[in-house]
Ligand binder design. Structure first.
Ligand SMILES: [Zn+2]
Ligand SMILES: [Zn+2]
Length: 322
């Protein structure tokens, strides 16, 4: 079994929810409750969970990229966006509660060092504590220098070398295969300003592909096939779908991201079972993100009405069991 937990899902920069937006959700929820008899706590909980649409009862969240692949011998995470701070917080809480059998080794695979994928690391508490080991992997050969620079004056008060964990860097080669914490991991170079890397994880007959910050331009049939084979038959494809189709081909071409519609087409062509749209547009509120998901699902119906592809839009706290 494999589980994927999303600690951070926003693209480009964190996006917090406002007080006004929370109040609006409460008003909508109370309005919707008028026709229900909510006498007990159980009835209230069932109403909230089953009757209220996701953007009313919850939020897609505002942390930047950090995804955990659970089920390995040690912790395996993709990217160190602000979601990494929450992962570290949950780990520290479990440790303080004396939870037995907690690993103290973390494997962190970096897609690339843009800020939204890096900025959570200075707030990752286990990195400051001796007795922890952190392996940082990526296709960029100069990751160590970049991590050190992020915590240098004048941008950050605590230097990288103040971190007391044993931190080691590893450069991965695209088109090669690795064993990381008992998972089979492959790496692919993606089209993005400064390059980015996608990862394919296989364990116990389950496959998860993490492919964010990747612009699929018209690079010809060979380039398209290269990605289809990397995505092929994945149980879960986490796909950079920051843009609506028109944005991707018009104003935001060459900004390094892809669209929801391309995600659907590629997932369907590669025989993927579940597609998770990721790197959510930071200017979209919960209603806009929800419409974006509905539009994407509608597009799949047009493309192939009998397709069994399941489509989700990632949110902070999404927990997918495969
Ligand atoms: Zn990004
Ligand atoms: Zn980027």
């Amino acid at each position: 079994m494999m589980r994927v937990y999303f600690w951070g899902t926003r693209g480009s920069l964190p996006a917090s929810i406002t007080a006004g937006a929370v109040e609006e959700k409460i008003v909508k929820a109370i309005r919707a409750s008028r026709t229900h008899s909510l006498e007990t706590d159980e009835a209230i909980e069932a109403f909230v969970h089953n009757e209220l649409p996701f953007p009313v009862r919850a939020s897609y969240g505002g942390n930047t990229a950090c995804v955990e692949l659970c089920g390995a011998e040690e912790y395996v995470l993709c990217d160190a966006g602000t979601g990494l701070r929450d992962f570290g917080g949950a780990y520290m809480k479990a440790k303080a509660a004396g939870q037995p059998g907690l690993p103290n080794v973390f494997h962190l695979l970096m897609s690339h060092p843009h800020w939204d994928h890096l900025q959570g690391f200075p707030f990752f508490t286990p990195a400051y504590l001796p007795g922890h080991r952190i392996h940082i992997y990526g296709g960029h050969a100069d990751l160590e220098r970049i991590f050190i620079r992020q915590q240098s004056e004048p941008c950050f008060p605590v230097g990288f070398h103040a971190m007391k964990a044993d931190i080691r860097f590893h450069t991965l080669e695209p088109e090669s295969e690795y064993d990381i914490a008992g998972m089979k991991v492959a790496c692919i170079r993606q089209n993005h300003p400064g390059d980015s890397y996608g990862y394919r994880f296989e364990k116990d007959g389950r496959t998860v592909v993490y492919s964010t910050d990747s612009e699929h331009k018209d690079g010809g049939r060979e380039e398209y096939e290269r990605f289809l084979s990397f995505f092929s038959n994945a149980d879960l494809l986490i796909f950079d779908a920051q843009y609506r189709f028109l944005d991707a081909v018009d104003t935001k071409e060459n900004w390094g991201h892809s669209s929801n519609l391309l995600g659907v087409e590629m997932a369907a062509a590669a025989g993927v079972r579940r597609l998770c749209l990721f790197h959510n547009e930071h200017t979209f509120d919960d209603d806009a993100l929800d419409r974006f998901l509905e539009d994407t699902r509608a597009y799949l119906k047009i493309l192939d009405g009998s397709s069994s592809l399941k489509i989700d839009l990632a949110y902070d706290g999404l927990d997918i069991e495969l």
